[in-house]
Design a protein around this ligand. Structure first.
Ligand code: GLA
Length: 386
């Protein structure tokens, strides 16, 4: 689902600011991860979906090599020359679009020129819904087309990840960009992060009278900070100690040996990844055979594993999950990289208001910041709007 308002807003803002008409408007969605957390950079499995919150990029190429980006989030027009883009030269949110322009040039040969971009978005920032991947993917599909590069969606996902790793400085995996590029209405993207083989899996929430609630705790997270990187490092340490290229190669049968060889913390990190990979496979199988009403226990087991073994939850996320479950959600878990952001709660339509009111009341009683609670549905991936 796209929003005409935002698409038109991006175009109108572009015209007001740059005083000419953009060549086109491209859009890409945020994502929510149904299950499979911190498995992507371990070459494992994930099951995210693109959501009906989108970023719109109005874009034109220029004759010279000046690159300008502006947005409705803040008044600055960020400007740089195309060949000057580097990690030190760009900062703030502009690192995402400029990083993509840089990564596209690294990925392929082309006749690259500067550009003007205006970005508008209704993907909440800092909620763990990948507002950053939405920017990257909207800009990636736009420049891929305007620079006539012909990269396919998997290559564009790699471009977004490269931008984020090398220019933004966040050591994130490939999940967010893949979901934003490959999503489909009412379907999850079941992705094997080793080779980016993707299958869409019907979610069937609406048919079963279910909605997916987002509970944005408003606890800010940033993956360029230390927590995410240290979890990734622990996984790499564990894989090396166990003699495998990635944790993807392990199954539950390897855990007793891992427990003997690894220190307790590294073992707990490894156990999360190994069991989470299996939960993704089980969730896909359950969705295909029994339907979404039967995935609740897997979701909760995923949350417990992130809370206790991977230690990336925070009190607000735990409260959101447990309160939602107590008041009628079928399954709930924190989603995204952790250390803040959002929880998801798969909830029967008839229970939405009870769950919402209960979470609001519990947060108030505990003097937490008021959360933002809303429903999302699975929407199509990045596209050209006009
Ligand atoms: C962030 C990263 C993803 C992934 C998740 C955790 O969203 O961008 O690559 O690692 O955290 O599953």
């Amino acid at each position: 689902m796209t929003s005409d308002l935002t698409e038109n807003a991006a175009r109108a803002h572009f015209e007001t600011l740059y005083e000419y008409r953009p060549t086109g408007v491209w859009s890409a969605p945020g994502r929510v991860n149904l299950i499979g957390e911190h498995t992507d950079y371990n070459e494992g499995f994930v099951l995210p979906f693109a959501i009906n919150r989108r970023t719109f990029a109005a874009v034109s190429l220029r004759q010279d090599n000046i690159c300008r980006v502006a947005s409705s989030f803040e008044p600055t027009v960020h400007q740089i020359e195309l060949d000057a883009i580097s990690r030190d030269a760009v900062g703030d949110w502009a690192a995402y679009p400029f990083g993509v322009a840089w990564a596209l040039q690294q990925a392929t040969a082309g006749n690259f020129t500067g550009f003007d971009i205006f970005i508008d978005s209704d993907v909440p920032v800092g909620a763990g819904l990948s507002s950053s991947a939405a920017i990257e993917c909207a800009v990636a599909v736009a420049l891929n087309e305007l620079w006539s590069l012909g990269l396919d969606r998997r290559a564009l996902a790699r471009v977004g990840q490269h931008a984020e790793n090398a220019i933004v400085g966040a050591p994130t995996g490939i999940m967010d960009q893949s979901a934003s590029l490959l999503g489909e209405t009412d379907h999850g993207v079941f992705l094997d992060c080793r080779d980016l083989a993707a299958q869409v899996v019907e979610l069937g929430f609406a048919k079963e009278g279910l909605e997916l609630l987002i509970i944005d705790t408003k606890v800010a997270h940033r993956h360029a900070d230390g927590g995410y990187a240290s979890r990734r490092a622990a996984c790499e340490l564990g894989a090396a100690a166990l003699g495998v290229g990635s944790l993807r190669e392990l199954t539950a049968q390897d855990l007793p040996r891992a427990a003997e060889l690894l220190d307790a913390t590294t073992f707990a990190r490894v156990r999360h990844v190994v069991t989470e990979n299996q939960r993704v496979l089980d969730t896909v199988e359950t969705l295909r055979t029994l339907g979404p009403r039967f995935i609740g226990e897997l979701m909760h087991a995923s949350h417990v594993s992130m809370r206790d073994d991977f230690e990336i939850s925070v009190d607000e996320l735990d409260t959101a999950v447990e309160t939602a479950l107590k008041h009628g959600a079928i399954g709930a878990r924190m989603t995204g990289g952790g250390f803040g952001g959002a929880a998801i709660a798969l909830t029967p339509v008839a229970k939405i208001s009870e769950v919402t009111l209960a979470v609001l009341a519990e947060f108030e009683a505990l003097h937490y910041t008021k959360p933002d609670i809303f429903v999302v549905s699975a929407a199509p991936g990045a596209t050209r709007e006009e």
